[in-house]
Design a protein around this ligand. Structure first.
Ligand code: ME8
Length: 520
């Protein structure tokens, strides 16, 4: 059986519709999941919605509806977005689902059994927007003396009876973890930030609420619901079969397992301090890595509802195309850093890389074959230059694979793009259209080389632009089980020729995108 690989996104608060930041995270994670599947791994990829907590309860109240109805409505938009963006999730989890309540109560009981929970009284600052408690020393002052969290959101003084988790007991264990597993927090800048925070000392964490009831009930403690982050983080275990399905857990969440959480930089603390502490307490294995990606900014500015600059990913996908949007986000932004998007940038990137470079290469090669050879696949007679081109593509594939395995999609795409340029330089140098009259057999050899090269480029880039790449491979006659990385380096071309396959006139893959006046 192939080696398991577990990968998750954060689960989103469905207190509004998804924005481009949500789309970015799930697209990046999807590309990595697809890549690992192409490497033959048994991937479990989970995403979903985080439906409990005060933020959901307050938003619902503001709209005069029940939290459950708000969650049902909005979660649907997140799921639709995933389906529209071609996200290959294995499970879309909703934290209101019964198996998730069961998992959350089980981890609670395991932490309790370990002696890490106690009943007390919480007095302190809480931000509903962040669903987070803060120490006085972390706060700043905004307009009218309003206290603000480090994220700039308002905090309120909160006093209530609460269960506590003995987080203070985990300081050294966490520091040891960061030490012994240096890749646990990535990128390194986030790791340093978290290490400094933990070195500064940890207070026990309030993990239940009594002032509202929209959440997972605390077992054996009437009137208490779990602090939303306790149940939210547990979603990762629910999807892996915790606590009832030991076989599934052994596969997707085991000691030393290849488990990666992809999340945004604002929630790294929850995933790298609270989460490993909860897991240690409950005696459950830890994930291998937490990767905190950067934020997506609208033309360099933070998106916010009040600025009215929150982009709807569905509109962008509708207008520019799903693969164009995916390609833009993954190539333009170095994974881990903040990045900016704008209509101009999406159009420029898509036209230069996809339409002009790759699309045009495929289109002119394939239509030339369809027209001049009536779709018969040209006969190879590889010269040194031909071999050199194919060798450079196979090298680019190795770089691509390494970069994707290291969670660096923009580096992977750069290697792909260099290989596309190499093909374009080759086609210009060999000028097959000029060979048609002077040396038809050399023309065939050049076209055969290009045919293989283009197929390999399409195979390579599938995790990023899955629909366009597979449409191209389909047109080119590559069998579905011949489209993973192993196909590169086999003699699929000879087999395809021998099968008598004929190429139909190709359909263009990437239309040239245009800006409108509204984009200026
Ligand atoms: O934080 N650019 O949910 P959420 C890039 N429910 N990523 C962004 C972003 C932006 N502008 N804005 C948000 C939550 N994100 C919790 C998570 S996980 C157990 C619980 C990212 O809907 C954000 O960093 O506020 C997070 O990873 C994800 O979108 C969901 O954010």
């Amino acid at each position: 059986m192939s080696q398991p690989y577990t990968i998750t996104t954060a689960i989103s608060y469905p207190n509004g519709r998804p924005h481009i930041g949500h789309a970015y995270e799930v697209i990046a994670t999807d590309a990595i999941a697809r890549f690992q599947r192409m490497m033959g791994r048994d991937v479990f990829f989970q995403t979903g919605t985080d439906e409990h907590g005060l933020k959901m309860a307050q938003t619902a109240r503001g709209r005069g509806m029940e939290p459950r109805d708000l969650a049902n409505e909005m979660s649907g938009y997140f799921k639709d977005m995933n389906d529209r963006l071609n996200i290959s999730y294995d499970r879309f989890i909703r934290t209101s689902e019964p198996d998730h309540h069961r998992a959350s109560q089980a981890i609670w009981q395991a932490m309790e059994a370990n002696g890490d929970l106690y009943l007390g009284r919480y007095e302190g600052w809480y931000s509903v927007r962040d669903e987070a408690f803060y120490d006085e020393k972390e706060l700043s002052e905004g307009e009218g003396g309003q206290k603000l969290s480090p994220q700039g959101t308002p905090v309120e003084w909160t006093v209530e009876e609460s269960w506590f988790f003995r987080l203070s007991a985990y300081q050294q264990k966490l520091l040891d973890l960061y030490d012994s597993q240096p890749d646990f927090i990535q990128p390194d800048s986030r790791r340093n930030e978290i290490m400094r925070f933990v070195e500064g000392g940890l207070s026990d964490l309030s993990i239940s609420r009594t002032s509202f009831d929209w959440g997972v009930k605390v077992p054996g403690s009437d009137g208490h619901v779990m602090y939303v982050w306790v149940d939210a983080l547990t979603n990762y275990l629910t999807g892996c079969g915790y606590p009832d399905d030991a076989g599934r857990m052994a596969r997707y969440w085991s000691e030393g397992g290849d488990i990666t959480h992809i999340i945004g930089k604002d929630i790294v603390r929850f995933h790298t301090v609270y989460w490993p502490a909860f897991l240690m307490s409950a005696k459950i294995p830890l994930p291998r890595q937490v990767f905190g990606h950067g934020f997506l900014l609208n033309r360099g500015e933070k998106m916010s509802k009040s600025l009215g600059n929150v982009a709807d990913p569905m509109e962008l996908a509708e207008r520019f195309g799903v693969d164009q949007l995916r390609y833009f986000l993954l190539s333009e932004v170095t994974f881990g850093n903040d990045g900016s998007y704008s209509a101009e940038a999406i159009v420029a990137r898509s036209n230069s890389d996809l339409a002009n470079s790759f699309g045009n290469l495929a289109q002119r090669t394939l239509s030339f074959i369809a027209k001049n050879l009536d779709g018969r696949l040209p006969e190879p007679a590889p010269s040194d230059e031909d071999k050199e081109l194919l060798r450079s593509i196979s090298e680019a594939t190795d770089i691509f694979k390494k970069a994707m395995a290291d969670l660096a999609p923009s580096v992977a795409i750069e290697a792909w793009m260099r290989a596309v340029f190499a093909c374009n330089a080759y086609i210009d140098a060999q000028a097959p259209w000029a060979l048609r009259k002077t040396d038809p057999s050399r023309m065939e050899a050049v076209l055969a080389t290009l045919y293989e090269a283009i197929a390999h480029l399409a195979i390579m880039i599938q995790p990023v632009i899955p629909a366009s790449a597979s449409a191209l491979l389909e047109q080119m006659g590559l069998d579905e089980n011949r489209r993973d990385y192993d196909a590169i380096g086999t003699d699929w071309y000879a087999a395809l020729r021998a099968s008598g396959f004929t190429l139909a006139p190709p359909r263009p893959l990437f239309p040239r995108l245009e800006l409108t006046e509204a984009d200026a």
